[in-house]
Structures are given as structure tokens and as C-alpha cells.
Design a protein around this ligand. Structure first.
Ligand code: ATP
Length: 292
């Protein structure tokens, strides 16, 4: 079943096109990483899918409905982000107590067990939590809703490394026990790629790649050797990234399908996180170029 269907979706904020042209479909029961550079449009897309803001043009369907102000979509989806807020008069324990009234698949046992594991204080007010503890509580809330469509926007922002590791593990374990559609935006692709089946990479408000993680890992290769030879072999090919290693040696990243005859150069795999970085880069070198 298709859970999300976006066709030529656009979002304009006054003079800025945050989403230029977004077309993709998300099938049910998959964990998809929503990846993109700062300002790519990830949060805007998630807010439209959650029904928080209106699209400007194009079509967006979540569970076959326009998500904006739609009860079916809001009852079956959740967006966990750092703007989640709860009434100030409610303690964390109160929030967990009333949650089942709003989410029909709420898992009280999971919520309580995670709450105890992360040693949160049930008497604390949500608005007074530290940044990391707020992110942890929001994550617990998001997991316990067991919403058919669960979206996380940068969920690990503010969490320390141990909590981040626990979060990824909790997410994976709960997903395996209760498969659902999970869309998770993050800048930390390398650390969460073991969770992901698919990657949706957006850049400047457009979809650049929507592939399985395995396909992204196979997308590019790095050719390394003497500068002359590497340049000759990659002449006319699309260069995704290049780096001069010293006065005589260089490497160039090109699409795997473009790989030429390989005598004299070594060939190296390119991690999915690097592929995402290179295909969304406006510069072919890197920060080193600034210091040359
Ligand atoms: N309410 C708003 N009004 C005007 N412009 C906005 C608004 N919200 C976002 N933008 C702009 O839209 C573009 C996309 O922003 P968005 O927050 O969706 O990107 P992002 O991929 O989530 O970025 P980051 O990774 O830095 O959080 C940016 O240029 C941003 O400045």
C-alpha cells in the first residue's frame, strides 16, 4: 500500500521556494531516511506530510487524503520534532496517562519501560526539560504511539552519544516487532544507516535520489592514482568529487556505471553518507580548496 504520494509538490514561503518540485511515493512498512543538507526542505516536507502547513502547489496524499487539517491523517500519524509541545500544566506522567485517549495504538508498557530506562522524572514539566531529555521524551512518545506513519525530524538533536545509540536500537527493535512506516530525517546518515531500507535524498527542494540503501552504496566509486592517469581516465565523465592528495596523486569520485578500464588506479567503495554529500554539493573539491 502507498502511504505517501507526492506529485510535483511545491511550497513557497513569501519569496522563497522551500520545495521546488517533490515527487515520490512511500510504500508502507519501511524505514526511510530523509536526507539533505541544511535548508534542503526536509522540515518543510515533514510538516506538510503531518498536515501542519499547507502546500502551495502540486499534490500530496497521506493515506490517500490531503493531510492538511485531516482527522484521519492526524489520528494515524505523528511528527516528532523539537517543536512538540504539551500543555504547561501537565507533568510527563500526566502526558503519558492521557496519550492513549488520542492514539488508539498507544503502548503503555513500552512508554513506561522506556521512561524508566532513561530515568526521566515523572513530575517534571515538559517545557522545563533539558534539550537532550526533551528529545528523549519526545522519542519515547513517538515510539509509543505506534502510529502507522511515524515521522522523526532530527530526533537525536541534543541527545548524548549513549542515548542516540539506545534510541536507534529501541527504534529498530520496536519496528521489527511492530512494522510501520517510519520516515526519519537526520544529518547523521552514517550512524543510522543500519536502520534504513530506503534513502530519500532532497536538495534545494527537489528529490535527488530515492533508492534502497544498497543501491546508494553502489552508486559511486572512488578512483585513486597519479593525477595524470586519473584525469585521463575520468575525462568526459561526471565528476561527483575530486581531491588532490599530494603533488602527484589524486582521487576522483564518479558514478559506478561510468567506471573505465582500470589499469594503474585503485578503486574504492564510497559510503552512502559520502554519496549523499557529493551529489548534493555545489563544489567538486572540499574545504581544503579554501586553503590552497
Ligand atoms: N516559516 C518559514 N518562513 C520562511 N522561510 C522558511 C520558513 N521555514 C523554512 N524556511 C526556509 O525554507 C528553506 C527550507 O527550510 P527547511 O527547514 O525545510 O530545511 P531543512 O532541510 O529542514 O534544513 P536543516 O537541515 O537546516 O534543518 C530554508 O531556506 C528555510 O530558511
Amino acid at each position: 500500500m502507498t502511504v505517501i504520494d507526492c506529485q510535483n509538490l511545491k511550497k513557497r514561503y513569501k519569496r522563497l521556494n522551500a520545495l521546488e518540485d517533490i515527487t515520490f511515493q512511500l510504500e508502507e512498512k519501511k524505514i526511510t531516511g530523509l536526507i539533505g543538507r541544511n535548508g534542503a526542505g526536509k522540515t518543510t516536507l515533514l510538516k506538510i506530510l503531518a498536515g501542519f502547513i499547507r502546500k502551495s502547489a502540486g499534490d500530496v496524499q497521506v493515506f490517500s487524503n490531503n493531510p492538511f487539517n485531516n482527522l484521519r491523517v492526524s489520528a494515524n500519524s505523528i511528527l516528532v520534532d523539537d517543536q512538540m509541545s504539551f500543555p504547561d500544566s501537565l507533568t510527563l506522567a500526566d502526558i503519558l496517562e492521557v496519550a492513549p485517549e488520542f492514539y488508539k495504538r498507544w503502548d503503555t508498557e513500552l512508554a513506561n519501560n522506556l521512561f524508566k530506562y532513561f530515568r526521566l522524572n515523572p513530575k517534571q514539566l515538559h517545557s522545563r526539560l533539558s534539550k537532550g531529555n526533551r528529545a528523549t521524551f519526545n522519542m519515547i512518545f513517538g515510539l509509543a504511539t505506534r502510529c502507522e506513519l511515524t515521522m522523526f525530524d532530527e530526533p537525536t538533536n541534543g541527545m548524548d552519544e549513549a542515548v542516540r545509540t539506545d534510541f536507534y536500537r529501541a527504534l529498530l527493535k520496536d519496528y521489527i516487532a511492530h512494522p510501520r512506516s517510519i520516515l526519519i530525517s537526520s544529518h547523521h546518515l552514517a550512524e543510522m544507516e543500519h536502520l534504513l531500507e530506503d534513502i530519500l535524498l532532497i536538495h534545494k527542494g527537489k528529490v535527488v535520489l530515492h533508492q534502497s540503501l544498497e543501491e546508494v552504496k553502489e552508486y559511486a566509486v572512488k578512483l585513486q592514482g597519479t593525477t595524470d592517469l586519473v584525469e585521463k581516465l575520468t575525462d568526459g565523465k561526471e565528476i561527483l568529487h575530486a581531491k588532490q592528495l599530494d603533488s602527484q596523486r589524486k582521487y576522483v569520485v564518479i558514478r559506478k556505471e561510468d567506471v573505465p578500464a582500470l589499469e594503474g588506479v585503485t578503486i574504492h567503495p564510497v559510503a552512502a553518507s559520502e554519496v549523499c554529500m557529493y551529489v548534493t554539493s555545489d563544489r567538486k573539491g572540499g574545504i581544503d580548496d579554501v586553503f590552497m
